[in-house]
Ligand binder design. Structure first.
Ligand code: SF4
Length: 81
């Protein structure tokens, strides 16, 4: 399955499905953006939304760095650094 990505505010957020181990720490930090699907992989909640800082914190909480955050205003990858 393809990696899914969405835009929230200025951030493009992507879950690298193959890297996700279902640790769910992203969901603990940002349950309004992430949820687990039937394969125990993180996917996006419908209408996902959260504060930009919290989205980055959720990405930083992932033990396998499966969440990529890109600032579309600067074109820079915010996480992983
Ligand atoms: S924290 Fe990382 S490994 Fe855990 S569910 Fe979220 S994306 Fe997957």
């Amino acid at each position: 399955m393809e990696d899914k990505e969405i835009q929230i505010g200025k951030y493009k957020v992507k879950v690298l499905r193959e890297s996700c181990i279902g640790a769910a720490s992203c969901i603990a930090v940002s349950p309004s953006v992430f949820k687990l699907d039937g394969d125990n992989k993180a996917v996006f909640v419908d209408g996902a939304n959260d504060e930009p800082d919290n989205i980055v914190m959720a990405a930083q909480s992932c033990p396998t760095k499966a969440i990529v955050v890109i600032d579309t205003e600067t074109g820079k990858q915010v996480w992983p650094e």
